[in-house]
Design a protein around this ligand. Sequence first.
Ligand SMILES: Cc1ncc(COP(=O)(O)O)c(C=O)c1O
Length: 255
Amino acid sequence: MLDQSQMPIVSALKQSAERSHAPFYAPGHKQGQGASNLLKAWLGEALFRADLPELPELDNLFAPGGIIREAQALAAEAFGADYTHFLVNGSTCGLEAAILATCNPGDKILVPRNAHRSVIAGLILAGAMPVFVSPQYEPTLGLALGLEVEAITRTLTRHPDIRAVLLVSPTYHGICSDVAAIAQVVHAHGIPLLVDEAHGPHFGFHPDLPTSALAQGADLVVQSTHKVLSAFSQAPCSTGGGIRVDRDASRPLCN
Ligand SMILES: Cc1ncc(COP(=O)(O)O)c(C=O)c1O
C-alpha cells in the first residue's frame, strides 16, 4: 500500500516555484515577471511561478523516471490498475494511443457506432478497419444505449480476425454496458477490450456507483479525470492491466 496522501508532482512544483533563481528557460514570462499585471491580480502570482517546463527535478512525461513515475504509481494503485499513464490533449490522445497500440494498418477493430470522434481519428492514424456495431436504441428518450453481449459475440464470430474491441461505457448520457460479460466474450477470442470511460473515472471510488471497467476485466481504459474528477483541462489518464495490451505502446508519447 502506498501513502495516498503524497502529492509528488505538487510538492516538487511548489519547491521549484519557490526556489530563488534566474529562469533561463521557457516560458518567456519568467515566472510571472513579464506577465500582465491584470492576469497576475486575477489568477495570482503563484500560478505564474509554478508555470515551469520539464526541469530535471520535474521529470519528463516522455520518459517518466522521477516524480511523474511516482505519481503515476499512486494513481494506478488508486484506480486498481497495474499502470497509469498521465495524458495531455484530453482522452482523445489516450483513445488514439489505445488503437495504435492494438492495431496495425489494415487490422479490424470492433467499434460502436456511437463512438466519440477521437476514435475515428485513432482509426485513421492506425490505418485500422472498423467493424461497426450499433448500440441498442431507446426511441422514447431518443438515446443510444449500451452494446449487447450477443451483438458482440455475433460480430466476433462473423469476423474472427478482429484484433481488439472498443467499448464506450458509460456513454455521454451515462448509459453503461455489461462490461464484465463483454470482457469474457472478448477474452475468449484472445483479444483485448479497450474501454472509453471518459465519463466514468469516478466509478472506482464509491460503492453506489457502477463498477469500473477495469474492475470488470477491461485491459485498457481511458478516463477523463478532467471531466468528472478534479484534474485540469486536457489532463486525463489511461489505466491498464494484464498482458493483452503493450503497456509502453499505450502511452501516447510512444506512438
Ligand atoms: C465519450 C467520450 N469519449 C472521449 C471524449 C474525448 O475527450 P477529450 O475531450 O478529453 O479529448 C469525449 C469528449 O467529450 C467523450 O464524450
